[in-house]
Design a protein around this ligand. Structure first.
Ligand code: MN
Length: 293
């Protein structure tokens, strides 16, 4: 077995987003990106009960695309572009932040019951990261049934089927609901990771439990999954060629850029726009390197 065959398994870190407990699979010490994928928060399954909010008030982003994917429940997205979109399982919300956007996410008021899903970020390359913000909702995504697995293609191409979702770098993201053993073809130029959302599985014979990420370096052509029943997300892409700087909800290249974005949000100067939401804006402390004004 050479270096490219090895699977690197990392634990997720428990974190709190608002009142929602999440398992952060990316970034982790020693594993900052998988292709352009730079952030992954797996939340739930949890029960939504009245008065116990899982709402995330208006907050800004820049330099990334946010991907919201649900296994259970519903979420309402509102952003400063004026988008208002309900998302349910099997659908994709994709927001491109570019130079700046703000959004709020909440469980719709009528929803009771389970909530389970994942939110991921994709770093935008230099060529597009300063461009205008955008939002896409994909109610229908391509779906392929193969070897006892149902594969839903969120972004990129799998087995000749292509998602229409925007991507600024060569990338893939697909959900696999599977029983039994399956050989998954991989794009050789991509690095990949498997994030188990439900159940557990073996990847190339190594156990991978929910909340863990299995990373595979570029150069592989396939991966063998084996499970009694599991749902996993396979993400991948060409290794990201740029060094990114991530602070709070911002992805940039320099501290100056982050500092300027912080000030714009603090002062509500219009850069990130306004979200039509009853929820309270989320504020943050200044970056530690920021001079006191
Ligand atoms: Mn967000």
């Amino acid at each position: 077995m050479d270096e490219t065959d090895a699977i690197e398994i990392t634990e997720s870190r428990d974190a709190l987003v608002g009142k929602l407990h999440v398992r952060r699979a990316l970034p982790r010490r020693g594993r900052r990106t998988v292709g352009a994928w730079c952030f992954a928060d797996h939340f739930g399954p949890t029960r939504i009960v009245e008065g116990r909010g899982t709402d995330i008030g208006p907050h800004p982003h820049m330099g990334i695309q946010t991907v919201t994917w649900l296994l259970e429940g519903a979420a309402l997205h509102r952003d400063s572009l004026g988008s208002e979109q309900l998302i349910t399982p099997g659908q994709l919300n994709l927001m491109t932040a570019g130079s700046g956007v703000a959004h709020a996410e909440q469980v719709p008021g009528h929803h009771r019951g389970g909530l389970h899903g994942i939110q991921l970020w994709i770093a935008q390359p230099e060529a597009t990261r300063s461009s205008a913000a955008a939002f896409e909702h994909h109610a229908q995504l391509p779906r392929v049934e193969v070897q006892g697995a149902v594969v839903t293609i969120l972004i990129g191409e799998v087995l000749g089927e292509m998602s229409l979702a925007r991507h600024d770098r060569p990338l893939v993201g697909a959900e696999r609901v599977l029983h039994g053993e399956a050989t998954v073809p991989l794009e050789r130029s991509f690095e990949h990771a498997v994030i188990v959302l439900d159940g557990s599985m073996a990847i190339d014979g190594r156990p991978l439990l929910a909340g863990r990420l299995g990373f595979l370096a570029a150069g592989r052509e396939e991966l063998v999954l084996d499970t009694d029943g599991a749902t996993a997300l396979l993400i991948g892409g060409e290794p990201f060629p740029e060094q990114i700087l991530m602070w709070w909800n911002f992805v940039a290249r320099t501290r100056e850029e982050i500092g300027a974005a912080y000030v714009s949000w603090r002062d509500d100067d219009g850069r990130f726009g306004r979200v039509a939401s009853m929820l309270q804006r989320i504020e943050t402390k200044p970056p530690h390197w920021q001079p006191v004004p």
